[in-house]
Design a protein around this ligand. Structure first.
Ligand SMILES: Nc1ncnc2c1ncn2[C@@H]1O[C@H](COP(=O)(O)OP(=O)(O)O)[C@@H](O)[C@H]1O
Ligand SMILES: O=P(O)(O)OC[C@H](O)CO
Length: 508
């Protein structure tokens, strides 16, 4: 009988479940879109019940496939959209309000007030994060302040807080386990990443009772067992991590200087910096890569908020293309970018520019500009932004970066990956399976269950399907980068000239 691992990847817009064999091969997948709700300007919510139902249905679908083929599902691993905040009643498991999604900006004013009161250094020193609505702390405080009787119930210990991993675990275990993992805890802005524990001063700062908080465990740990009758068999849950951290494990970035970049709707780049945290001087986040056997491994992280989303915009709003895959052929049909630069600052710009008021623009249009030129400029923009992040990481970290490991839907575009290698000047390695997030979750559960012996097994199972080597001459590369920098200058204001309380909508 073949042993399998069931991975749950609960993302911002989609839930996926994937069944892996112990060698890391995908044997079955299922997925379902999850609805995002936008009840007010800058607000983004999910229905926790819809998320839960998608997870249960998709797990059952794969468990019945496994049963039909005579496979044994040995353990479950969970990866999840990070920071998204749910508070529920301990007695009933019912959420007291919709989930507040990581992209939600409703707490911008509260964060600004705390920044103006000089609290940012405290937050940054303890958590590695800037004081921003992106993270869970101000979202928890908002729920306690705005849902009737919530604060009183929280003080009495009647409520529980969790990010999506923690809420799913509570439900999967029938309310028996209230726990999260260290990588998810590190994104709440309440967790001291140095001492690896909830921070009382930060809890006071946001007026959050400690009784709300879950236990924090390693990424490979005993997270309990599924409730009787939920599935045909009781299953153990052995792995849990935030999705970008799970992808870091799935990409086997286990040594300092190893970097992965996941290209989906947005793009998140994570660099392993070893067992000592590196403080960024370029507005990157200091966070955890993973924690195993109580030992934290740290990371630097930068995000591009609009990556594949630009391609969706070209397809669904402008109707310039019929499918995302078509962009590869269109870009390759041109000998150059024809001087066109597309800055997709739809919701401002993140690291290293940090301009929430910047807006998108396309420069260099002429009468000969066509769909192919615009598509190519949209793809190139993802590479220029990756280069900006890589430059910031190189400046912050002591290690050289010799390769970029890529995954996510956009990584399937070979023209894009070659241009990325050309621009970064380092090899870009694409694994045979670009589902690195789910692979990472499965590997963590595999470590806990003993199906995998150690990190070396994960590294051995990962294979680069293709390595894209830089081919562009240095002078061409420099000219392209100059064009990008000029385009960026035209959409951003220098920090000193930015409006004070702009309420910009960029997370971070
Ligand atoms: N061949 C391609 N070329 C360019 N973009 C692509 C390609 N395939 C998918 N995408 C983009 O990648 C995104 C989907 O990737 P995926 O990893 O599934 O994202 P997510 O997990 O964020 O939903 C979409 O935004 C889509 O437009
Ligand atoms: O759901 P994704 O893949 O867009 O990832 C979301 C991030 O975890 C947010 O920090």
């Amino acid at each position: 009988m073949m042993d399998c691992i069931l991975a749950i990847d609960q993302g911002t817009t989609c839930t996926r479940t994937i069944l892996f064999n112990p060698q890391g091969g995908i044997v079955a997948t299922a997925q379902r879109d999850v609805t995002q709700h936008f009840p007010a300007d800058g607000w983004v919510e999910n229905d926790p019940e819809e998320i839960w139902q998608s997870v249960v249905d998709l797990c059952r679908e794969l468990l019945s496939i496994a049963a039909a083929r005579g496979w044994r599902v040995a353990t479950i691993g969970i990866a999840n959209q990070r920071e998204t905040t749910i508070i529920w009643e301990r007695a009933t498991g019912r959420p007291i309000a919709p989930a507040i999604v990581w992209q939600d900006r409703r707490t911008a004013r509260r964060c600004r007030t705390l920044i103006d009161a000089g609290q940012n250094p405290l937050v940054q020193n303890r958590t590695g994060l800037p004081l921003d609505p992106y993270f869970s702390a101000s979202k928890i405080a908002w729920l306690l302040d705005n849902v009737p009787f919530a604060r009183e119930a929280a003080r009495k210990g009647d409520l529980a807080f969790g990010t999506i991993d923690c809420f799913l675990l509570w439900r999967l275990t029938g309310g028996a386990v209230h726990a999260t993992d260290a990588t998810n805890a590190a994104r709440t802005m309440l967790f001291d990443i140095h001492r690896q524990r909830w921070d009382e001063e930060l809890l006071d700062l946001f007026d959050i009772p400690a009784a709300l908080l879950p236990d924090v465990r390693d990424n490979a740990a005993d997270f309990g067992q599924t409730a009787q009758r939920l599935f045909p068999n009781v299953l153990t849950i052995g792995g849990m991590a935030g999705d970008q951290q799970a992808a870091t494990v799935g990409q086997a970035c286990f040594s300092p200087g190893m970097v992965k970049s996941t290209y989906g709707t947005g793009c998140f780049m994570v660099m392993n910096t070893g067992t000592t945290p590196v403080v960024s001087r370029h507005h990157l986040l200091t966070t955890l890569a993973y924690r195993l056997e109580g030992v934290p491994t740290y990371a630097l992280e930068g995000g591009i908020f609009v990556a594949g989303a630009t391609i969706q915009w070209l397809r669904d709003s402008l109707h310039l293309i019929q499918s995302a895959g078509q962009t590869e052929e269109l870009a390759a049909s041109l000998g150059s970018n024809a001087g066109i630069y597309f800055v997709p600052a739809f919701t401002g710009l993140g690291a290293p520019y940090w301009d929430p008021d910047a807006r998108g623009a396309i420069f260099g249009l002429t009468r000969t500009t066509g769909i192919a030129e615009i598509v190519r400029a949209a793809l190139e923009a993802v590479c220029y932004q990756t280069n900006d992040l890589l430059t910031a990481m190189l400046a912050d970290a002591a290690q050289p970066i010799t390769e970029l490991r890529v995954d996510g839907g956009m990584a399937g575009n070979s023209w894009l990956m070659q241009f990325l290698a050309d621009l970064l000047g380092i090899p870009v390695a694409r694994p045979s399976a670009i589902e690195s997030t789910a692979i990472g979750a499965a590997c963590l559960a595999g470590l806990q269950s003993g199906l995998l012996g150690g990190l070396e097994d994960i590294a051995a199972a990962r294979h680069a399907e293709h390595v894209f080597h830089p081919l562009l001459p240095a002078n061409r590369r420099a000219a392209l980068l100059d064009g990008w920098k000029a385009a960026i200058r035209r959409v951003t204001l220098p920090p000193a000239r930015r409006p004070r309380n702009s309420g910009g909508r960029v997370p971070l």
